[in-house]
Unconditional design. Structure first.
Length: 346
C-alpha cells in the first residue's frame, strides 16, 4: 500500500510539474506565473502596421498595447483608430522611444526595414536593451543579416530574455489578412511555443526552423527565389504581350502549366491580370523595390561568405539595385520589374 501511495504521489507531482512547464495559455507565463499587462510593437511600416493591428485585435481583451515608430502620423492614426475603450484611455499608448516600450511591455514585436534599423532600435541610445530583463519575450520579424539576428539573440539571452527571430513571407496582403508565414529561429522549442500564440494572431503558418538565426536563413533563401521568379515572370509576360498574346489568357495558361509560380499566379506583374495586384494599382504599396534589393544583397553576401554559387541571384540583385536607384522606381513595388523591362526594351 505504501509503495502504491508513493507511486501515485510521484505521478501527481510529475503531472503538476508538466503543467507548470507547458506553453502559455492566453497571456500567462507559466515559468513565472506573471501576466502580460502590455504588448509592445516597434515599426509600423507597410508590413508592420497591419501586423500590429491584427496583434492588437487578437489580444485587446487581455492586454494593453504600446507602439513606437519614427513616423508620428502613423502612430497617431493607430492611436486614434484603436484607443477607443471608454473605460481605459491608455489602452493604446505611443512611446517616445524603444526604451519606453521595453519599460512598459514584457512581450515585444519589432518589424524593421534592415539590419541598421534593428541595431539602432535594440542597441542605440534609448534602445530596447536599456530596459530588457528575464521577464521579456522579444520577437523580431525583420529580414536582416543572420549575423545581426544571432547578435541580437545572444545579447537578449545575456539579459535573461527570450529571443525569437521570425521573418515573414506573404507580402502586405498576407499581413492585412493575417495569413503570413513566420520562419522562426529560436534556441529552444519551449521559447518557440511561448511565442506561437502571438505569431498566430498575425500569421497562418508558424514554422520552427531551428536555432536563432535560422529564421533569417529561410527568409533570405525564399526571397532570393522570389526575386528571381518575379524577373522571370516579368520577362515571360512581356514577351507574350509583345508577340500579341492577351495577358490574362497567357497568365491563365502559365498557371495551369509547368511554368506556374507564385509570381505568375498570385502576384502577376502585368497590369490588369489580377484586380488586386500591385501592378494593377500602378505598382503602389506592396513590397518596395529597395527592400527586395536589400534582401537580394543579403542573399548574395551570404553566398560569398559560404562560397556558394548564385549566378541568377546575383543577376537579379543587379537589376533590383538599378531599379531601386532610379527615382521613378524607388517607391514602387518590386513587381515593377515588368514595367522596367517593358520600358527599357530595345
Amino acid at each position: 500500500m505504501i509503495a502504491s501511495f508513493l507511486a501515485r504521489s510521484s505521478q501527481s507531482k510529475t503531472r503538476v510539474a508538466t503543467k507548470l512547464a507547458s506553453p502559455i495559455t492566453g497571456l500567462r507565463f507559466k515559468s513565472t506565473g506573471s501576466k502580460v499587462k502590455r504588448i509592445g510593437f516597434v515599426g509600423l511600416g507597410n508590413m508592420g502596421l497591419p501586423m500590429a493591428t491584427n496583434l492588437f485585435n487578437g489580444f485587446k481583451d487581455k492586454a494593453d498595447f504600446i507602439i513606437y515608430d519614427i513616423n508620428q502620423k502613423t502612430t497617431s492614426n493607430f492611436l486614434k483608430d484603436h484607443n477607443t475603450d471608454p473605460n481605459n484611455k491608455d489602452k493604446v499608448k505611443v512611446a517616445k522611444s524603444p526604451l519606453e516600450v521595453a519599460q512598459e511591455a514584457t512581450v515585444i514585436v519589432t518589424m524593421l526595414p534592415a539590419s541598421q534599423h534593428v541595431e539602432g532600435v535594440y542597441f542605440g541610445k534609448d534602445g530596447l536593451f536599456g530596459a530588457l530583463s528575464e521577464n521579456h519575450l522579444v520577437m523580431d520579424a525583420s529580414t536582416i543579416d543572420q549575423s545581426m539576428a544571432t547578435r541580437v539573440a545572444k545579447a537578449l539571452h545575456e539579459k535573461g530574455a527570450k529571443a525569437i527571430d521570425a521573418p515573414v513571407s506573404g507580402g502586405t496582403g498576407g499581413a492585412q489578412a493575417g495569413t503570413l508565414t513566420f520562419m522562426v529561429g529560436s534556441n529552444t522549442n519551449a521559447d518557440f511555443e511561448l511565442a506561437k500564440p502571438y505569431l498566430e494572431k498575425m500569421g497562418k503558418n508558424i514554422v520552427y526552423c531551428g536555432t536563432n538565426g535560422n529564421g533569417q536563413v529561410a527568409k533570405i533563401c525564399n526571397n532570393m527565389l522570389l526575386g528571381i521568379s518575379m524577373i522571370a515572370t516579368s520577362e515571360t509576360m512581356n514577351l507574350g504581350v509583345r508577340m500579341g498574346m492577351d495577358p490574362k489568357l497567357l497568365a491563365g495558361i502559365l498557371n495551369t502549366s509547368s511554368g506556374r509560380c507564385w509570381s505568375s499566379e498570385v502576384y502577376n506583374p502585368c497590369p490588369g491580370v489580377q484586380e488586386n495586384s500591385a501592378a494593377t494599382r500602378g505598382y503602389t504599396g506592396g513590397f518596395g523595390m529597395p527592400l527586395m534589393a536589400k534582401d537580394l544583397r543579403l542573399a548574395v553576401n551570404a553566398a560569398v561568405d559560404t562560397k556558394t554559387t548564385v549566378m541568377l541571384g546575383a543577376m537579379a540583385q543587379q537589376l533590383y539595385n538599378q531599379m531601386a536607384a532610379n527615382k521613378d522606381y524607388e517607391n514602387l513595388d518590386f513587381s515593377a520589374a515588368y514595367k522596367w523591362l517593358s520600358e527599357n526594351a530595345k
